[in-house]
Design a protein around this ligand. Structure first.
Ligand code: ZN
Length: 421
């Protein structure tokens, strides 16, 4: 018996001395309902349009569970979901909490963990496409509402969580047609929050204006034939001239960018040539080359001046080169962020009361807020991703579970203010 007891003591001593399992710190989060719902939503691969129906089903279930109303609109075929919590005074203009269900594709070979597994590692980092862009905010909105309702808090204004189907491809079948429907008008939106940027410290940024996106497609033409010939003014020579001119302008933009703070996207334009295609075979001269250019116009860039520049690239590239617009947004309204915007003040106060700051920024990209702001809805891009390295649209996109959970409380504080403006 004594021997057996001492063996037990030895065993206990060994167990206590051995390090805790690696996932000890994060194990508790596997059972956290909000984390479960976040991971479940990440696991729906909405880079595939057909899977949007699963996302719609997911949102219907969330609404049913909480007792919120749920509607699906199809302004251009694809689903736009609206989850509504009616406020104490439904006659007041409502608050829109917008995000998008779609995500950009992910190549599993580039990822440490499968991109739609929502794997949580020992540090509590949850990996998956959409963890930062922007399924995080979607779940944080609804979890914040869950908390408010559980605490029997009522807000004066109605809240609408809106979920768009195709933000990543320009919103052509989502927000763009939706803002022109009677269903949208009936929502009576006074102010909108949408996806924002992460920050590396404990402070926050708010985006009040987006850059205007232009995607240009140039096609050059030349003589084809057997590759032993060397025709003058080939499609490839014209493409080379075109690319050189665009890259020279890109150099200029980079020089301006280097004079700015890293988060100041206001005084220059981003430009990248992202697709070059053409040619049939290695021994056949290409008759056409296609060059696609993605430009995001800074707020001070003049539409006409840039159009003239793009047109000059076309004509100087050589005879017959064509230019078409794949995307051509010429208006991006700014939301006023002065003291007369009560919604802005409510948002700012909610953040400053947590001891952090809220810095207004121009968004480097284009979001669903462009059509919203054009319809007269003041809209701010905001995301409570503090102490986070931005990994949107790249491999190994992840968000830490603590950041995710803290974000829910940030929205609770924001909605208490915004919902009672
Ligand atoms: Zn996004």
């Amino acid at each position: 018996m004594l021997r057996r007891l001492s063996l037990v003591f030895i065993w206990l001593a060994v167990v206590q001395a051995s390090p805790l399992p690696k996932n000890h710190r994060t194990r508790q989060y596997y059972d956290h309902p909000a984390v479960q719902r976040y991971r479940e939503y990440i696991q729906i691969d909405t880079s595939i349009e057909d899977n949007l129906k699963d996302a719609v089903e997911f949102w219907k279930r969330q609404a049913d569970e909480i007792g919120l109303t749920f509607a699906v609109h199809r302004p251009a075929g694809l689903p736009v979901c609206v989850v509504t919590w009616v406020g104490g005074d439904p006659s007041l203009p409502s608050i829109m909490l917008n995000s998008h269900m779609d995500v950009v594709p992910a190549d599993p070979l580039d990822w440490t963990y499968p991109p739609f597994s929502a794997h949580m590692d020992d540090e509590g980092n949850i990996y998956g496409r959409g963890t930062q862009d922007d399924k995080d905010v979607s779940i944080q909105y609804v979890e914040a509402i869950r908390k408010l309702r559980a605490d029997n808090i009522t807000l004066q204004r109605t809240l609408h969580i809106t979920l768009m189907p195709d933000e990543e491809t320009g919103g052509l079948n989502g927000m763009l047609p939706f803002v022109n429907t009677t269903e949208f008008a009936a929502l009576n939106i006074g102010f909108a929050l949408d996806e924002g940027l992460s920050t590396s410290d404990g402070n926050y940024v708010a985006m009040y204006q987006d850059r205007r996106p232009w995607i240009l497609k140039y096609t050059t033409y030349g003589e084809g034939g057997h590759s032993v010939l060397m025709p003058e003014d080939s499609a490839m020579e014209k493409a080379q001239r075109l690319i050189n001119m665009i890259m020279e302008w890109r150099e200029e933009q980079i020089r301006v960018m280097r004079t700015k703070e890293p988060t100041d996207y206001s005084g220059y334009n981003s430009v990248n040539i992202n697709v070059i295609s053409g040619g049939l075979a290695a021994n056949v001269i290409a008759k056409t080359i296609t060059v696609m250019v993605d430009i995001r116009l800074g707020p001070t860039t003049d539409n006409d001046e840039l159009l003239a520049l793009a047109e000059s690239w076309r004509s100087r590239s050589g005879n017959g080169t064509r230019m078409e617009f794949v995307r051509h947004v010429t208006e991006s309204v700014a939301t006023p962020i002065g003291d007369d915007n009560l919604y802005w003040l409510a948002l700012r106060d909610a953040i400053t009361e947590t001891g952090s700051s809220l810095t207004p920024l121009v968004c480097p990209a284009a979001t669903d807020m462009i059509p919203l702001r054009s319809r007269g809805v003041p809209s701010i891009g905001f995301s409570p991703k503090t102490h986070t390295i931005s990994r949107i649209h790249t491999s190994d996109e992840y968000l830490n579970v603590h950041t995710f959970l803290k974000g829910i409380d940030v929205y609770v504080a924001i909605l208490k203010k915004l919902g009672n403006v």
